[in-house]
Design a protein around this ligand. Structure first.
Ligand code: ZN
Length: 303
């Protein structure tokens, strides 16, 4: 896996996370007051976007605007610095009305696919961490409310001294293959005709390749004999890490678990090409934004 070759959306951030600055109060105070610092507001885990050239662009604000919009103790996340050393932050605002005339707070899932690639890892990081803060306001050890520290990257409990770090959920997503065919399934809640790779959460005590084998057997009755990791993708809905794999299986008699899937079927390489091109009658696969698309594209072998 070569770093610059990761095909997945939400990877290859243009920012250096500069983690050593998270505890540097002097640096953070200076950066939060500097005119050139860039800040993106979030409201209810939705980033602020503005109309731009018929599409959307991130609604970056400056420090002055943040000071006017949010109290000084508003949840503020240091995202890192760009190639010019310019600091970037995300901050949460409780009242969105002051910005209504300039743009809107929108669900990243609805417009992420049309944003410039470089914006996605920045927004994905901020959204995942804001989602985590929203669900972890109390100490998991003793129940006391916790405080945000380390520029938004940690919560601390004053009562029991426990430290809490942003969590994310590892998910395996795999394309079972045998010979010249692969398996895609569909869940009943998906749009009609959509077929995608199989997926499931990695469980505690389980290796990634073991999770691939277990989920493939559980969902489709297919026995995995070899796993090749393909690539990974941070997926901020709400905070997963998708681990993409090709799973070579030894049988072809699919037995679907109806609790997990509505159906699953084999597609030949040629049929997979048609799916990717949007030309397969009655079925389609996820867009390039999703790792499932990249897995399928890679297996098909097209550039
Ligand atoms: Zn505690």
């Amino acid at each position: 896996m070569l770093l610059p070759n990761n095909p997945n959306a939400f990877t290859r951030s243009p920012l250096d996370r500069a983690g050593h600055r998270r505890g540097d109060a002097e640096y953070l105070a200076h950066a939060l007051a500097a005119a050139e610092t860039k800040l993106i507001p979030f409201h209810k885990n939705r980033p602020f976007v503005v109309e731009a050239d018929g599409g959307v662009a991130l609604g970056w604000l400056n420090a002055q605007a943040r000071a006017a919009l949010a109290p000084s103790d508003a949840l503020t996340l240091f995202l890192g610095v760009d190639r010019d050393g310019l600091a970037h932050f995300a901050f949460d605002i409780a009242d969105a009305s002051a910005l209504e005339s300039m743009g809107r707070f929108d669900d990243l899932r609805s417009f992420g696919a049309i944003l410039p690639r470089d914006d996605l890892p920045i927004l994905g990081t901020a959204k995942s961490i804001f989602e985590w803060h929203g669900r972890h306001k109390f100490c998991a050890n003793c129940g006391t409310p916790t405080q945000v520290v380390e520029a938004g990257w940690k919560r601390e409990c004053a009562a029991c001294k426990a430290e809490h770090f942003p969590r994310f959920d590892p998910v395996v997503i795999m394309l079972p293959v045998r010979g010249d065919a692969c398996v895609l399934g569909r869940q009943p809640t998906w749009p009609r005709g959509m077929h995608s790779a199989l997926a499931g959460f990695v469980e505690p005590g389980e290796a990634i390749e073991e999770a691939v084998a277990r989920e493939t057997l559980e969902e489709a009755g297919l026995r995995v004999r070899e796993v090749s990791l393909h690539s990974t993708q941070p997926w901020p809905f709400p905070h997963s890490l998708m681990i993409g794999a090709i799973a070579m299986v030894e049988n072809d008699d699919i037995v679907v678990d109806p609790k997990e899937l509505e159906s699953a079927r084999w597609f030949t390489r040629e049929e997979a090409r048609l799916l990717l091109a949007g030309k397969f009658p009655g079925a389609f696969c996820p867009p390039p934004f999703a790792i499932a698309h990249q897995l399928l594209k890679s297996w098909v072998g097209d550039p």
